[in-house]
Design a protein around this ligand. Sequence first.
Ligand code: DC
Length: 231
Amino acid sequence: MSNQVPVITVDGPSGVGKGTLCQWLAMQLGWHLLDSGALYRLTALAALHRNLALQDEAKIAVVAAELDVEFIPDAAGSARVILDGADIGNALRSEMTGNAASQVAALPAVRAALLQRQRDFRQIPGLIADGRDMGTVVFPDANLKLFLTARAGERAHRRYKQLIEKGIDANLNKIIKEIAERDARDAQRAVAPLKPAADAETLDTTQLSITEVGEWVLALARQRLRIRVIP
Ligand code: DC
């Protein structure tokens, strides 16, 4: 049954604008949203809270399988994240958490532990799935697969702006360095590396606004899925 529910996958490196695009698409279509990076970030935070080394594959896979997380929508349209019963504030989005997430995401048993949890997001009327391996591993039968790219310098600037706007401390040079490290780790890992699916549409967003990217995706969705999108 769930395989008949339409999915649009959006993969690409960090800071490419997938998060903003996916939230916008989910709103336009009235579909569910899977932020798969958040699951890796939460796993990393839960592992750190338990003082586990980020290489401890067996123990972190158990943490991933047993993640105790709750999202409580707030008035500002975002959500409070409650992990193991405690509000984690801004910690989910910090660069430190992103880097830790990239490390635990390289562990095959951790990826396996999160696989079904991600597939369970495929619910009527449809799903927008944001990540690194959505089109290659998690939803290989997706109706439309997108792979976004942008120059690393542009991605670092976008990430910096986003963090500052959220009131999170950030240093541009450090972000440039960390984005390069994260790209290399995510693209070179043995399991589910960051790469476009063979049947993905790739778009370089360096020069494009979020609205331009969004309109391009909606036009493709109209063609491929024959869904009605109210202009
Ligand atoms: O998209 P993000 O920045 O929230 O992701 C954080 C890290 O999690 C990213 O560096 C790699 C990992 N990740 C992954 O390996 N596979 C996914 N589908 C999503 C994220």
